[in-house]
Design a protein around this ligand. Structure first.
Ligand code: DPP
Ligand code: ZN
Length: 868
């Protein structure tokens, strides 16, 4: 296989100070004329004489150097490379290629989606548009002319500012053609190039920057979706103001554009001045969009906007440094969301996601460092580790330096590296210079894979409390030996009534200790033996092992002022109750009775913060429970989790009914308070649904019918369907009838059905694969149906008859021929193979081995790592 290694990095042989593209969109094909101004890179003293460019799926029609056509003997085209022999120090190279966007189902490069043309170039899609040194450390000033039929594509967009436009004399049969030229004054790597041609509606607004410049904000979507752009616009303006206030970063072009596209591999893309978004991450309307999706739109709009500085103005030297822009930008968007919403709730949601998705990645066959050392396909490294763990690594630096020094360090970073392509080390160096700290040990977080385990043990003797922390990171594939990391552990020590004790003479009740060696002991003189509140705010991405007794956990859950520690205490209580059911065969009712007082305490205080109460009262997913038991037996986990939830529904029946009733709002509101109430109300209804409480089917049917917003409508539908309650099938039909023309809503309809636990769902998913609205070429739809089965429904995916595994293999094969990136991403869903009960593991292995033959490079890399 073709492996790229960080250790082999060499600067580019040639630089491309200027690029002019002429993209002529025709029916059935597009002609791309690229004129590159090239010069030898002075940083390469080996003075390479040949120019090597990247290209895929290009039909080369002509090639000329400084205006003279090159004879075939002067260049060679092979294996995705175009080598031009013996080129001068500086010259212009013009290539004309023919591409076929209409046939591009991989959704990389230029492609068609619902009648419009758009691009996706990160990471290596630009090479499907023209011959170019497709690597992030080649920054070029682009001008782009887009030509197309005026009637069908009245809108022609690219990066930067529009500088000229006109009609074409030649007609195309159906009316005139036109063109627009865009100029982007900022040098950028080609992965940030974008182009759109279509007939779209536009929501316009403006933003005045801190220095008084007016920026035009244009949000584009299909005409029918124009009423779904308001939330994105509001979010964008908040993000622009926030980045000025918190990071001193102003927007730098006259226009900022977002285009919504239905066929999209990722969530969204930060192309300079022309973000392209998956419709799922930009469109929002209460009638069609859940509250959770509203929050997602806010954070993704902000994320892509923040990339304008963290990613675009300062970019990555090579793709190993991906986390330089992604980890930092995720940290930025998380903090933005925390400032716009409830900080405690946002933090718990982010941690919950990390712990339940990134931790398993870091502990399985796909584990890799935040800064990987090698890859076959970089597309496979847009991972939770690079993004979410990368964000935690930046967060720890923020903690270590404090907000003020961190800001000084980011100012230095943006100033020093503006217009450059740099590394994670460059980022940390700024932190070191500003703070005067030596962070060389800290940098291991970037190079060492695996989730560290921190064990805490304590003693209380003669008024002295001693806390001994030790760390250990288990081996990961290709990295057997691990070094100690620098781990900041924020802590408080609570008295028996849950009040934090003074830790020093100044009366501080919270402190951060730094664990840098394998084992260290920290001591505090205290009047009583405390309950430790450890890793507050989740101060480091580690697994904390401490032998909490049940009283301590109940104290933390009831009294801790730290939102994460409260939630973590609840999770620990749930996990141990479930373990006693799974491992010791104890009854769910008995376990529930043990927890009951603590849960009633949470419910009593629910009105203080309904969203937080909902988080505290939500059980871990079956996937998360399964990850704590070996070997993994999804059916058994499902039985236990289901029994426990039913017991919880029954035991607190009156509480759930009261919450479901009292949290009902007379009319729809979009604010955080209303969202929190809806969340807790839907959770209460779900426990009643699980318990099949008297009259609940009627209640849910009514909620479904009279819903004030999609959160209630899909919420009620999901509860009816997953519990097989009366009216479920009718509701499904009505829903499909009502929403058949709304793709994002239909995604939810597919997902709700794929989420029903139990083996029978496999047949249902199989049937839905033949539904007229199921499309293999639409990533959102594939993720909704097959992704939900594979990643969110272990007791169906791992059905004992192997049917889920066979369906998975079939789906991978079909998908791989259409869109290898999406196939490989779906393939990640098999990562627990070696943890499964033996018969299940064998069945999954057999199914996957068959797919491996003839798999794309993307999918092959993933399968090889999983199959071992
Ligand atoms: N568009 C993806 C993101 O923003 C990749 N850059 O994370
Ligand atoms: Zn990003």
């Amino acid at each position: 296989a073709n492996v790229t290694r960080l250790a082999d990095y060499l600067p580019p042989a040639y630089l491309v100070p200027r690029t002019h593209l002429d993209v002529d969109i025709r029916d059935g094909h597009t002609l791309v004329t690229a004129t590159l101004t090239l010069e030898r890179n002075p940083a390469r003293d080996d003075r390479p004489e040949d120019l090597v460019l990247d290209g895929e799926h290009l039909e080369l029609l002509s090639l000329s150097l400084d205006g003279a056509a090159l004879p075939a003997s002067r260049y060679r085209e092979a294996d995705g490379r175009l080598t031009v022999f013996s080129v001068p120090e500086r010259f212009q190279l013009t290539s004309v290629v023919r591409i076929e966007p209409e046939k591009n189902t991989a959704l990389e490069g230029l492609y068609r989606s619902n009648g419009m043309y758009c691009t996706q170039c990160e990471a290596e899609g630009f090479r499907r548009i023209t011959w170019f040194p497709d690597r992030p450390d080649v920054l070029s000033r682009f001008t782009t002319t887009v030509r197309a039929d005026r009637e069908h594509y009245p809108l022609l967009l690219s990066n930067g500012n529009p500088v000229a436009s006109g009609e074409e004399s030649e007609g195309d049969g159906q009316g005139g053609r036109h063109w627009v030229t865009w100029e982007d004054p900022f040098p950028k790597p080609c992965y940030l190039f974008a182009l759109v041609a279509g007939d779209l509606a536009c929501l316009k607004d403006t933003f005045t920057t801190a220095s008084g410049r007016q920026v035009a904000l244009h949000l584009y979507a299909e005409h029918r979706d124009l009423d779904k752009l308001d939330h994105a616009m509001v979010s964008l303006k908040k993000a622009m103001a926030w980045d000025e206030r918190v990071y001193g970063r102003e927007y730098d072009l006259d226009i900022f554009q977002i285009v919504a596209v239905s066929h999209f591999n990722m969530g969204a893309m930060e192309n300079k001045g022309l973000n392209i978004f998956n419709t799922a991450c930009v469109l929002a309307h209460p009638a069609t969009t859940t509250d959770a999706a509203f929050e997602r739109v806010e954070s993704v709009v902000a994320h892509e906007y923040f990339h304008n500085w963290s990613g675009n103005r300062v970019t990555c030297r090579d793709w190993f440094q991906l986390s330089l822009k992604e980890g930092f930008t995720v940290f930025r968007d998380q903090e933005f969301s925390s400032d716009m919403n409830s900080r405690a709730v946002v933090r718990v949601e982010n941690v919950n996601f990390l712990v339940n998705h990134q931790f398993p990645e870091d502990q399985g066959p796909l584990a890799h460092p935040v800064r990987p050392a090698q890859y076959q396909k970089i597309d496979n490294f847009y991972t939770l580790t690079v993004y979410e763990k990368g964000a935690e690594v930046v967060r720890m630096q923020h903690e270590l330096l404090g907000a003020e020094d961190f800001r000084r360090a980011t100012d230095l970073y943006f100033e020093r590296f503006d217009g450059q392509a740099v590394t994670c080390d460059d980022f940390v160096t700024c932190m070191e210079e500003v703070s005067g700290r030596d962070l060389s040990g800290f940098k291991r977080w970037y190079s060492q894979a695996g989730t560290p385990i921190v064990r805490a043990e304590d003693t209380y003797v003669d008024g002295l409390y001693s806390l001994t922390l030790s760390q250990h990171t288990p081996a990961t594939p290709g990295q057997a030996d691990k070094q100690p990391l620098m781990i900041p552990v924020k802590l408080a020590l609570l008295d028996p009534r849950g009040k934090p004790l003074a830790l020093n003479d100044q009366g501080d009740t919270e402190t951060v200790v730094i664990l840098e060696r394998a084992t260290q002991t920290f001591s505090f003189p205290l009047p009583v033996k405390p309950t430790p509140s450890l890793l507050r705010g989740f101060s480091a991405p580690v697994i904390l092992r401490y032998d909490f007794d049940e009283t301590q956990l109940q104290t933390l859950l009831a009294h801790d002022s730290d939102g994460f520690c409260r939630w973590d205490a609840a999770q620990r209580l749930y996990f141990s109750a479930l373990a006693r059911i799974i491992e010791q065969g104890e009854s769910a009712e008995q376990q529930l009775e043990r927890l009951r007082p603590a849960l009633e305490g949470v419910i009593r205080r629910a009105a203080e913060d309904p969203a937080q109460a909902a988080l505290l009262l939500t059980l871990p997913t079956e996937t998360a429970i399964g990850d704590r038991h070996a070997p993994l037996d999804p059916a058994r986990v499902h039985r236990a989790a289901h029994a426990f939830k039913v017991a919880l529904g029954r035991a607190l029946d009156e509480d759930w009914r009261r919450l479901a009733e009292s949290l009902r709002e007379p009319e729809y509101r979009a604010d955080g308070d209303a969202m929190g109430k809806r969340r807790l109300r839907m959770l209460a209804l779900s426990y009643l649904g699980l318990a099949k409480a008297d009259g609940i089917a009627d209640d849910l049917q009514r909620t479904f019918r009279d819903a004030s917003c999609m959160t209630e409508e899909i919420g009620a539908l999901g509860i009816l369907v997953s519990n097989g309650l009366d009216g479920a099938e009718t509701a499904l039909e009505q829903f499909a009838e009502r929403w058949r023309d709304e793709a994002l809503v239909m995604d939810q309809w597919f997902a709700v059905q794929a989420a029903v636990p139990g083996p029978a769902t496999v047949a249902r998913v199989k049937a839905l694969m033949s539904h007229p609205d199921f499309e293999w070429t639409l990533p959102n739809r594939v993720r909704a149906l097959i992704g939900t089965l594979v990643n969110g429904n272990p007791s169906a995916f791992h059905a004992e008859d192997g049917s889920g595994h066979r369906l998975f293999a079939e789906a991978l094969k079909t998908l791989d021929a259409i869109n290898p990136q999406i196939a490989a991403r779906l393939g990640n869903g098999a990562a627990r193979l070696d943890r499964l009960r033996e018969d299940l593991s064998t069945s999954l292995r057999t199914a996957l081995s068959e797919v491996r033959e003839g798999a794309s490079a993307n999918l092959a890399e993933v399968l090889d790592r999983i199959l071992g």
